[in-house]
Design a protein around this ligand. Structure first.
Ligand code: ZN
Length: 249
């Protein structure tokens, strides 16, 4: 049985080596082996939180492998530096995996009164975890400060960046921003609206042109009280480019 297999392999292999051997020889290249994964440093639920390791070399060899797999020659002039370049870009694009939102939202200042605070049109760029293609747009945040604690505008923007710079889906991005503001700021209520365009929808599949997606997350009073939620959404919609929000979920 095993002898028969060996024979059948050698007979099918033989003609393949003869046909178009020049073309295949030119395209043959040696890929560097992907190094084995380092042991993850901590159990994720245990304190203290340690950031996951970014392995630039491993990203580069994986990109080289993708180029080879789509039929490209990763060693041709235009592509030979691409794996290292993509790896450096990924370090930046996925930097949020090694950052903690609490760091930014921990720097609060005292503020009298508990009126609604809104931050609109925070631009973000993220990567959809289903296709590893960009999705991008704007985040709008409204919150009711708890015990007079508020943060600067830049801290909210930094928090958005921490969660955007990861493999993401828009719904989770929206929820994580809302949770972070509720938890670290002790806000009485939080509403987050995210409007985004997805390149995975535009470049492939349905190619749904100008369509964009809007997601909502409500916490605390904004989740429990429809009037508070309506007030928050109306405040976000009133001046921002985000449309009439009062009737939205
Ligand atoms: Zn996608």
């Amino acid at each position: 049985m095993s002898e028969m297999n060996v024979n059948s392999i050698s007979t099918t292999e033989a003609p393949r080596q003869g046909v178009g051997s020049d073309r295949h020889a030119r395209r043959r290249f040696t890929l560097q082996p992907v190094p084995t994964a380092p042991a993850f440093p901590v159990v994720i639920d245990e304190a203290p939180w340690l950031p996951p390791v970014f392995d630039e070399q491993r990203v580069a060899s994986a990109v080289r492998e993708i180029l080879a797999a789509i039929g490209e020659d990763p060693y041709r002039d235009g592509l030979k530096d691409t794996p290292a370049r993509v790896a450096r870009a990924y370090r930046e694009i996925f930097a949020g995996m090694r950052q903690d939102a609490g760091e930014h939202l921990g720097r609060v200042f005292e503020h009298e009164g508990e009126e609604l605070v809104t931050v609109r049109d925070i631009q973000f760029y993220s990567v959809c975890e289903h296709h590893l293609l960009p999705f991008f747009g704007r985040v709008h945040v409204a919150y009711l400060p708890g015990s007079g604690k508020v943060v600067g505008l830049s801290k909210v923007a930094r928090t958005v960046e921490v969660f955007a710079r990861r493999p993401q889906i828009q719904e989770r991005l929206t929820a994580q921003i809302a949770d972070a503001i509720a938890d670290h700021l002790g806000a009485h209520g939080v509403s987050v609206v995210v409007e985004a365009e997805h390149l995975c929808m535009k470049m492939r599949g349905a190619r749904s042109g100008q369509s964009s997606m809007t997601t909502f997350a409500h916490r605390g009073a904004c989740a429990q009280d429809v009037h508070v939620r309506q007030e928050a959404l109306a405040a976000l919609g009133r001046f921002g480019s985000y449309g009439t929000a009062a009737g939205a979920p």
